[in-house]
Ligand binder design. Structure first.
Ligand SMILES: [Zn+2]
Length: 354
């Protein structure tokens, strides 16, 4: 744990015991702000051990929801919360729950917990792997290498050239993963060919891939699941089709169109967006506005106020590394005033390119 984090935890504990956090939660100051929480996945198996920033355990997620209830938070649907914020009619201690990418674990793990608490939620769906409902290639590649971390991967015959990767350290696995992805990109492999590549990697590493596939680890929501969730009131919103924001207007709008086409097949027209990998760029404000997008969220931690740029709304990413008291600090608004180590956005949310 860093010195800064230790100091923050001590400050938060002191603020809590002095009643500051509780008082702020109930304050008029906090009432005019909105905390948007961002999650990625809730583990079906050991995904949180592979990637503790992307996945939390179901127990951890349930504890967070219990805490929100205990703090007296008003958990609101995204659209309603933003309209209330902009018209200064928010109830006290408002919170919105958002889930990026649309993993099938949302259907299997997260939604049943949300239902217990009666909490509404927004899923920002990257739709490509909902339509082609196989494992998300870069993520599964990384997961398989982690599963085979006590082995050496020989890529002779499956990628170009012959090379061996010892997979013992995270840095070595990252190098192997990058090399495989680079090969797939340069060889312009189709989705099916990338899927075959995953099979070959699993075989070489002697990983039980059948079981992983049967559990639908690192799969996104199927179209049938999307329809069911939409009918049950889950709000499905935009996150681009291929989890990527092209640099030209034409291709960016095309990504949004493909994304929206999938969503409207199953539920209502989406008007909200979250940036793939949290990467905000100012010129996107106008492009999103022209596509009738009313709001866009980043992964920059903070609380939204009436004056926040509608296309740069801060969100707190809740991960396995966040202590419960840190969440409490953000719920109260107190953590806005604590110093933060500035990290590059790409470090906050790991890349997830298709
Ligand atoms: Zn994402």
């Amino acid at each position: 744990m860093t010195v800064l984090k230790k100091a923050k935890l001590l400050t938060l504990s002191a603020a809590k015991s002095l009643g500051v956090l509780g008082a702020l939660r109930r304050s008029e100051w906090r009432q005019n702000q909105l905390l948007i929480l961002a999650y990625h996945g809730v583990s079906q198996d050991d995904e949180h051990l592979w990637h503790p920033e992307l996945f939390v355990t179901p127990e951890c997620f349930a504890r967070r929801m219990q805490a929100l209830k205990q703090y007296g938070c008003n958990v609101l649907p995204l659209n309603e919360a933003l309209e209330m914020l902009w018209s200064r009619t928010l109830p006290p201690c408002s919170v919105v729950l958002t889930f990026d990418d649309g993993g099938c674990d949302f259907y299997r793990q997260t939604f049943p917990i949300l239902r217990q608490y009666g909490f509404p939620a927004t899923v920002y769906l990257a739709s490509y792997y909902s339509c082609y409902n196989r494992p998300v290639f870069p993520c599964m590649c990384s997961y398989l290498l982690w599963k085979g971390r006590d082995r050496v991967l020989d890529v002779t015959g499956i990628t170009q050239g012959s090379k061996q990767f010892a997979l013992t350290t995270p840095a070595a696995r990252e190098r192997a993963c990058q090399a495989i992805q680079l090969f797939a990109r340069e060889a312009k492999l189709s989705a099916e060919q990338k899927d075959d590549l995953l099979n070959m990697i699993a075989e070489r590493l002697d990983v039980d891939y059948e079981t992983i596939l049967a559990k639908r680890i690192l799969h996104l929501l199927s179209e049938a699941e999307l329809a069911e969730l939409g009918a049950a009131g889950v709000d499905i919103q935009l996150h681009t089709h291929r989890h990527y924001a092209p640099k030209t207007r034409e291709f960016f709008i095309a990504e949004l169109e493909e994304n929206r086409d999938v969503i409207v097949r199953h539920t209502k027209v989406p008007h909200h967006f979250s940036y793939p990998n949290g990467l905000y760029e100012q010129h996107l404000d106008e492009w999103l506005g022209s596509f009738e997008v009313f709001s866009a969220t980043t992964t920059e931690p903070g609380l939204v106020t009436k004056t926040s740029n509608h296309y740069k709304l801060p969100r707190l990413c809740d991960t396995s590394f966040l202590e419960l008291i840190e969440l409490e600090g953000w719920v109260s608004g107190f953590s806005k005033f604590l110093p933060r180590k500035r990290t590059a956005v790409s470090q906050q949310v790991p890349p997830f390119y298709y």
